[in-house]
Design a protein around this ligand. Structure first.
Ligand SMILES: [Zn+2]
Length: 340
């Protein structure tokens, strides 16, 4: 998309269009035009998801996003936020958190980076702060939602965090229903699973058409016969398993980063450990596993065992537990490779 975006961008004329941006996995951002009708359709698709929780988009909401802003940028953001009846947290300083939690009392929904929602839930629980009682929906986007988040979130906000799956290039692809299934936005996109990989066609965007686009996520679609208790007929996406294309380097071989997903999934299913993790590679043949939770020696052994199952003798690794990885004030990536 980056290399050919000029050719993809249509020369059709639209009454009105917007500039859209994506940060892109490569770090390079892609700019493209999206016509007003496609943009509105996309927003309506998201708001349909909200309606399943009786949430109206104009209701007061708390918002979590990255926040390395200058004073000037912050002022602009505050004005834009207030137009959308939205407030956000800019840092984890005590006065900011107190202010945010006070505002939460009247909020109807919360959304944004899942690691930040989780971090705030932990603060509410550990400091015994007043819990917001009026929330109808807590939604995580843009980051992996670790199952290990859900206990704290349930305790702080009285409900599980639900998931929305979308990308700037493709629009919204799925939204979780109150029965816990991710329903495809079938009126807006065609989603195919080919070799475990998602292939997306957007049905609205003509200014910058997206046709059978390999977005770069591994997914698992539910069988066509699967049904949901909520009664909706929309197909179900069982799982977004991870990003494609990041290579893990052993001493002799290379491995897909999806291995980390399996290692921690095995621990969850065999040992019922729900861990929040971040794996960092700075050198070939070596990995650093950062784990948020404290681990005892037995749990460490189980984790070591699972790592060896996948990487055998080809990888040295270090496990550091009790790491504050969700409090980094930025998007939490489950694998970071610093190998060029
Ligand atoms: Zn459902």
């Amino acid at each position: 998309l980056l290399n050919n975006h000029k050719e993809i961008q249509t020369n059709l004329k639209f009454k009105k269009h917007f500039q859209a941006n994506t940060s892109g996995t490569s770090g390079e951002s892609l700019k493209f035009k999206r016509e007003e009708s496609a943009d509105s359709f996309n927003r309506a698709s998201i708001y349909r998801g909200y309606s399943w929780y009786n949430v109206n988009p104009w209701e007061l909401n708390g918002y979590f996003w990255g926040y390395n802003f200058s004073e000037r940028a912050m002022l602009k953001i505050r004005i834009l936020d207030s137009l959308q009846n939205r407030f956000r947290i800019f840092n984890y300083r005590k006065e900011s958190i107190d202010f945010f939690i006070k505002k939460l009392k009247n909020a109807k929904y919360l959304h944004g980076y899942s690691s930040m929602v989780y971090e705030t839930a932990k603060i509410i629980n550990s400091q015994n702060l007043e819990k917001p009682l009026n929330l109808k929906m807590v939604k995580g986007t843009s980051e992996k939602i670790f199952e290990s988040y859900q206990d704290e979130i349930q305790k702080a906000f009285g409900q599980r965090m639900i998931s929305e799956y979308g990308a700037a290039e493709t629009g919204i692809m799925a939204f979780e229903c109150p029965k816990g299934n991710m329903h495809l936005n079938m009126e807006g996109v065609i989603v195919e699973e080919i070799d475990h990989e998602i292939v997306v066609t957007n049905l609205q965007m003509h200014a910058f058409p997206i046709i059978r686009y390999q977005l770069g996520d591994y997914i698992k679609l539910a069988p066509k016969t699967a049904t949901c208790e909520c009664g909706m007929q929309h197909a179900i996406i069982e799982e977004v398993t991870g990003r494609i294309g990041q290579t893990v380097y052993g001493k002799n071989n290379t491995y897909p980063s999806l291995y980390f997903y399996y290692i921690f999934k095995n621990l969850a299913s065999k040992q019922s450990f729900l861990l929040t993790y971040q794996v960092v590679q700075n050198e070939k043949g070596k990995l650093n596993f950062l784990i948020e939770q404290p681990l005892n020696s037995k749990q460490l052994l189980h984790l070591e065992h699972e790592i060896v199952v996948y990487f055998k003798e080809d990888m040295e690794f270090k496990i550091e537990h009790s790491q504050p990885i969700t409090a980094q004030n930025k998007k939490l990536k489950s694998f970071i490779s610093n190998i060029a």
